[in-house]
Ligand binder design. Structure first.
Ligand code: SF4
Length: 362
């Protein structure tokens, strides 16, 4: 929403501390609960020095938090409109709840005269008595807290003000009507699947190029723009850790596997990749070809000049270093190890039989 509002001449200030830091740095957030988790405090100090004039080199977290609070307070006071999200909307009462740990949603909803709340259609829960289950699930799975510091309930505009609720669909109805993927709408955006995902933990949120990264983002993004995000369901080891931790029991890794089948059927995966997969499938079904490819790969990587992998045409090599290739295949190493083990066991058996027969003679 921010780029659209800015294009139309409206100043937008994110007021969640992490969101504000990434906004100042003109970066996208890298996590849905901890948007600036990829940034060191020293870098935050530099950003604040550059944008709000804090002393150079000061990266004390308490000092930086006070500086941000002081700066943002002025923005809250002068803002004409406050925009919040919605964590849960209750069908029974018509109210909604916003959970934060910083109180920024409360200031945004109370100080400006107009409060606009944006919610996806999946945020609606049936009854007020269901709410406590969800608020506890959210906080416990997101940050390990029993409950978020602020759990604010809204039932109408402040006196003399206005409240508008925007209900966003944005492909959610399509997901809801899909027998395979409708369970992904149960997501309460706690971020636990990201925290446990081995791929997210190594690659970070920016590598997903989507507002919601990680395992759940890899399910939602292809539903929205399959041509742009077709590769995300493949960036998964199918270890199932996300499914284990998900508090609302979404079968995340099964859905990622289903996405692979769907996307392969849609034929939007580039021809080069489909061809590579066909070739790999032939290779993996023929043991002699597999052995030959391994031998060629090991020898080739050992003897080729370094620039073959690390050159400007190969983006893979920009941030990575290949480990040294082994001289022998795993099978050869395993067979050697087994022969050695048998030899040692044989020696041990003959030593113990000769010592026991010596014992008999004495
Ligand atoms: S899919 Fe589950 S674990 Fe991941 S953010 Fe949603 S609720 Fe949390």
């Amino acid at each position: 929403m921010n780029p659209y509002l800015e294009e139309n001449g409206i100043e937008v200030v994110d007021t969640d501390l992490g969101e504000w830091i990434v906004q100042l740095r003109q970066e996208p957030p890298s996590h849905i609960v901890l948007p600036a988790i990829h940034i060191k405090r020293q870098e935050v100090g530099e950003t604040f020095h550059e944008h709000i004039g804090t002393p150079e080199g000061n990266s004390d977290p308490e000092f930086l938090a006070h500086a941000a609070r002081h700066h943002l307070r002025q923005k809250f006071i002068s803002a004409e409109v406050g925009i919040t999200g919605v964590n849960f909307a209750i069908a029974e009462t018509g109210g909604f709840v916003v959970c934060t740990n910083e109180g920024n949603a409360d200031l945004g909803a109370s100080l400006p005269k107009i409060h606009i709340a944006c919610m996806g259609i999946e945020k609606i829960i049936p009854r007020i008595e269901d709410l406590s289950v969800f608020t506890r699930l959210l906080a416990r799975s997101a940050t390990g807290q029993p409950i978020t510091a602020y759990t604010s309930h809204f039932h109408g505009p402040r006196p003399g003000g206005q409240m508008h609720i925007i209900i966003v669909d944005n492909a959610r109805s399509d997901i809801r009507s899909s027998p395979e993927f409708h369970r992904s709408l149960h997501c309460i955006r706690c971020g636990a699947c990201m925290n446990t995902c081995p791929v997210y933990r190594r690659s970070g949120g920016h590598s997903y190029s989507n507002a919601v990264p990680g395992p759940i983002g890899s399910i939602l993004a292809p539903a929205l723009e399959p041509e742009k995000h077709y590769s995300l369901p493949y960036a998964c080891t199918l270890c199932g850790s996300c499914t284990d931790v998900c508090p609302v029991k979404i079968d995340i890794h099964h859905q990622l596997l289903t996405w692979r089948r769907e996307l392969a059927g849609k034929k939007i995966i580039p021809y080069s990749k489909r061809l590579a997969m066909k070739f790999t499938s032939i290779l993996l079904r023929n043991s002699w070809m597999y052995k030959l490819a391994g031998a060629v790969g090991r020898t080739g990587l050992r003897w080729s000049p370094r620039w073959i992998v690390y050159n400007p045409l190969n983006v893979w090599g920009k941030g990575r270093d290949l480990p040294e290739p082994p001289r022998e295949s795993f099978r050869a190493q395993f067979a050697k190890h087994k022969t050695e083990q048998r030899r040692v066991e044989g020696n041990h058996a003959s030593t113990s039989s000769s010592s026991s027969s010596n014992g008999k003679a004495h």
